[in-house]
Design a binder for this molecule. Structure first.
Ligand code: ADP
Length: 587
């Protein structure tokens, strides 16, 4: 660095300070001039910030003139005015400089700027050794003797203004104007480079801050996050995901597609995870898929709920995903609670069953005894020549009370049975007993018993098929029809028609039960088969129930290999439909 400054000084001294070239050798002069510009050019090119440009500019100009200060006014928003003194200057001199700069800038096609504004934004770029002392009035001159303004242009665009000031008159030689302008051009390009570099650095820094922030968010997320490439190979696993999938004991984060990794490892849940990722890679958004990622044999193994979505590159027209982003949630605690709840329901329903059986048995026994007593009392009255109806006898009151006990016990028994069935479904123990029977018999019996309990309703049976034989679990199918019929009556409090229709469709029967009741809101249609689900408007005391019937019903239908669904009838009631194969497992 020092040697290049030295070289430059030697060159300029011989080229310009002595304006009288001794031997008049023009070629040597041109050569020297080029070398000079080359040296200056290099120092501008080497400048990596605006202060280094200032230093290069000041040094180059000082080779031409001995002057008090120069300034650079750059056309950025707001204006940037840098004042570079060559030696300490008085405050008055600086103020006079700013005034001259303001008036020169208006001549040079700059948008208007006031002296006050310039004074606020001005920046004194003085090396330490030039730092202005307290008593500034004693230093330098107070008035401007001569000055020079040169536009700074880049590709014919004015980007700023270079101004040179001196307290003496006639400092700036018109002979050197061309060379000064060339230096200004170098400086303009150097400033533009610095500006572009600063912008690039700022953008890079911004992007880097964004990246770091995103990394921090991802790594501190409680949910596990997994990102794959377009082939399904994991490229990112945040800390939570690493923790959740730790039981794999395989390095999951590698370019190999998950489905290939699943083939070569013996981790039981890896194929399922790979399947979820592959579905998302095909463009599907997969929601809340359960994955048991714990050790087999644990009472409640680690269970994850996984949602995965395809990643699309919005800048590209192609629709194929460039990867998948999946979120992993640990739902083991929920599973534990569910398990406790199921165990509780199972235990309680079993415990309720024994007293209930006793209540039903003894009530039945009492009913029979009272009926016997009634008959006896009637006969004794007859012997005495009196004809009495059972209603007139005191025992008939006891009988009515007992029949209320019986019907409430039946209701309780249905609830307990539903709870027991819930446990069976939960534990996969809803075993079906297949036999061959006539579906019409089951339907007629169900319709008959429903009609018996519903005075306000008319229950129709519509058989639209000749052949009605079936192989299925008779008791369970009658439970299905009974549940749907009970609901049809319960949820049409103003009575009306209930129609049970049987049709045959290829290898299955289609049973549909239509009522004229309150119907099911569109938004609830998908939910009413969930356990303990009750539509809000029915979850009141007006309609007793616990939201289990349809859950068990669906389990029975699906256990037979059928389907069940519900549709709303325009404003009046709804239709529950289910299919059941003609020949079950016996066929
Ligand atoms: P429960 O009747 O004991 O509440 P279910 O599982 O049988 O439980 O039914 C679940 C919910 O579905 C009911 O609470 C009710 O909101 C709705 N539902 C069932 N059947 C009907 C129907 N025929 N009409 C209107 N809503 C019904």
């Amino acid at each position: 660095m020092e040697s290049s400054v030295q070289a430059r000084t030697e060159l300029t001294e011989s080229a310009y300070r002595s304006s009288h070239i001794q031997n008049g050798d023009r070629i040597a002069a041109i050569h020297q001039e080029m070398e000079y510009l080359n040296t200056i050019g290099k120092s501008f090119v080497a400048a990596i910030d605006r202060f280094q440009v200032h230093r290069a500019l000041q040094a180059a100009l000082q080779e031409l003139y001995s002057f008090a200060a120069c300034s650079i006014l750059l056309k950025s928003d707001p204006y940037e005015l840098s004042i570079i003194p060559c030696y300490p200057l008085s405050q008055a001199f600086l103020a006079a400089m700013i005034e001259r700069i303001a008036s020169a800038s208006s001549v040079m096609d700059f948008p208007a700027v006031s002296v006050k504004e310039l004074a606020i934004t001005s920046y004194l770029d003085a090396p330490d050794e030039l730092s202005l002392t307290q008593d500034q009035n004693k230093i330098g001159g107070t008035e401007i003797g001569s000055f020079l303004n040169i536009p700074l242009t880049v590709e014919n665009r004015i980007v700023g203004m270079l101004s040179l000031f001196d307290e003496h008159e006639g400092t700036f030689d018109s002979e050197l104007l061309k060379l000064t302008t060339m230096i200004a051009d170098y400086a303009a390009v150097a400033f533009e480079n610095v500006r572009l570099r600063e912008r690039e650095t700022a953008l890079w820094r911004q992007a880097e801050i964004g990246r770091q922030r995103l990394e921090l968010i991802i790594s501190s997320m409680a949910e596990g996050l997994l990102i794959t490439n377009e082939r399904g190979g994991i490229t990112l696993l945040n800390l939570s995901a690493q923790h959740l999938l730790a039981q794999a004991r395989v390095d999951l984060k590698q370019e190999t597609p998950l489905h290939e990794l699943a083939l070569s490892s013996n981790v039981s849940w890896l194929p399922r995870l790979a399947k979820i990722i592959d579905r998302a890679l095909k463009g599907e958004t997969v929601m809340n898929q359960e994955l048991i990622a714990g050790e087999a044999g644990e009472s409640v193994p680690l269970t994850l709920s996984i949602s995965a979505a395809p990643l699309h590159d919005t800048s590209q027209a192609q629709s194929h995903p460039i990867g998948v982003v999946a979120v992993l949630n640990d739902v083991t605690a929920n599973k534990q609670i569910e398990k406790l709840k199921d165990e509780f329901v199972s235990v309680v329903s079993h415990e309720l069953r024994s007293p209930l059986t006793a209540i039903k048995g003894y009530t039945q026994h009492l009913v029979r005894r009272i009926e016997r007593r009634l008959r006896k009392a009637q006969q004794e009255h007859l012997k005495l020549g009196k004809v009495v109806t059972t209603v007139d006898l005191p025992e008939s009151y006891d009988l009515r009370s007992l029949s209320v006990v019986q019907s409430q016990a039946d209701h309780l028994e249905r609830l307990v049975n539903d709870l027991l069935d819930l446990s069976r479904v939960q534990w996969g123990k809803l075993h079906l007993q297949y036999s061959r029977f006539d579906l019409v018999d089951v339907l007629s019996e169900s319709v008959r018993s429903a009609q018996a309990s519903a005075e306000q309703h008319t229950v129709y049976l519509d058989i639209a098929t000749q052949d009605t034989a079936i192989v299925a679990d008779k008791l369970r199918l009658s439970q299905v029809i009974g549940n749907i019929l009970d609901n049809a009556i319960k949820y049409s409090p103003h009575g009306g028609q209930v129609t049970v229709k049987l049709e045959r469709q290829d290898d299955e029967y289609l049973v549909s039960i239509t009522d004229q009741g309150i119907g099911v809101g569109q938004e609830y249609l998908d939910h009413i088969f969930e356990r303990f689900y009750r539509v809000r408007n029915t979850a009141s005391r007006q309609y007793s129930g616990i939201g289990l019937g349809l859950y068990v019903t669906r389990a029975i239908v699906e256990g037979h290999g059928g389907r069940i669904w519900v549709t709303n009838n325009d404003g009046l009631g709804c239709t529950f439909s289910f299919t059941v194969p003609v020949t079950g497992r016996l066929g």
